[in-house]
Write a protein that binds this ligand. Structure first.
Ligand code: UDP
Ligand code: MG
Length: 318
């Protein structure tokens, strides 16, 4: 019987301070496993010592593969690179900052052995976040789940287990803009959830800020819902209805009372209001148009500069 293989995928962006500790914790957590495992480290254009630390580790441990991207492509692209290079029977993406504790991995694998294809790891609480992030996160999941047809489980990050069949299905989704949480939910398969306690960052600082989070949320909503487009047409319709009613009133009063050139304020209000609504609707269309443009260019999601792996790694039954 060939042993099954687990692929752990970790994107690294300026995480030099976490490499050693992460590796040690992973080794300790995976020591007892009956399966063999490989570690795929994707260096997402870090500007610190991350890559040299990773290469040093790779020299020591042949189970490690290092994929160096040509520049910083963003976490979702780095993750995609890792998924493309994984050849395990179960795949687990993990954050490099030890916020997703490796000790949870055996619990994920337990569910996988029971027959689940996707095992989501849900944060038991968000107490390691500030109140603002907690509120905005809650709002985000409420909005996106109301607007889109696929249900995206709240408080599930990228930490999860994906079986080989589910990953092969995921790879068929060609989009360049990759909203991973949504894509995982979209493919379906037998899914279950376990909860875990999310730790604070071990070293370094998060590369996220509110502007990035806002754009991430926008990405999610536009990738998984066309409701904003529809809303803007409803808004246009409602406003036209008001405009039409107002026009009838104006014409009527001109016929009955004559025109005494009044109504400058109502005129300016209507002009400004309509202008605003039109710009807003154009903006919404623009958001989608921009994404169509980007998809139509068919550029690759990431570019690999170099791969460090030991020769024996290419054979699956190692
Ligand atoms: N990351 C990445 N590319 C980026 C930004 C982040 O590969 O452009 C990686 C980062 O190294 C970490 C993971 O994505 O392993 C999560 O990043 P971070 O901890 O900054 O996000 P947060 O946990 O605050 O959501
Ligand atoms: Mg983090």
């Amino acid at each position: 019987m060939t042993t099954k293989k687990i692929s752990i995928i970790i994107p690294f962006y300026n995480e030099a301070g976490n490499v050693t500790n992460l590796y040690q914790r992973l080794c300790a957590a995976l020591r007892e496993l009956p399966e063999s495992w490989e570690l795929i480290c994707v260096n997402d254009g870090s500007v610190d010592d991350t890559i040299s630390e990773l290469i040093a580790l790779q020299c020591m441990d042949t189970r490690i593969r290092v994929i160096d991207l040509s520049r910083n492509f963003g976490k979702e692209a780095a993750l995609t690179a890792g998924l493309d290079h994984a050849d395990g029977d179960a795949i687990i993406p993990l954050d490099a900052d030890l916020q997703d504790p490796p000790e949870v991995i055996p619990a994920l694998l337990e569910k996988w052995r029971e027959g689940f294809d996707i095992v989501n790891a849900m944060r038991a609480s968000r107490e390691s976040d500030g109140w603002r992030k907690r509120i905005t996160a809650r709002l985000f999941y409420q909005v996106i789940n109301r607007l889109s047809n696929v249900k995206i489980p709240p408080n599930v990050g990228d930490f999860r287990l994906i079986s080989r069949p589910a990953l092969d299905a995921l790879k068929q989704l060609p989009e360049r803009r990759r909203f991973m949480k949504g894509l995982f939910a979209w493919v379906g398969f037998r899914t279950t959830i376990i909860t875990y306690h999310r730790a604070p960052r071990y070293a370094g600082t998060t590369s996220w800020n509110y502007w990035k989070l806002w754009n991430f949320a926008l990405e999610g909503i536009t990738s998984f819902s066309s409701v904003p487009l529809r809303l803007s047409s409803y808004l246009g319709f409602t406003v036209s209805l008001f405009a039409f009613t107002y026009a009838i009133k104006t014409i009527g009063s001109t016929i009955i009372f004559g025109n005494s050139v009044k109504g400058y304020s109502s005129l300016i209000v209507v002009i400004l209001f309509l202008g605003g609504v039109q710009l807003m609707a154009l903006g919404v269309i623009g958001e989608y148009l921009g994404r169509i443009y980007e998809e139509s260019k068919q550029r690759p999601i990431y570019l690999v500069r170099q791969i460090w792996e030991s020769p024996s790694q290419n054979s699956k039954d190692s």
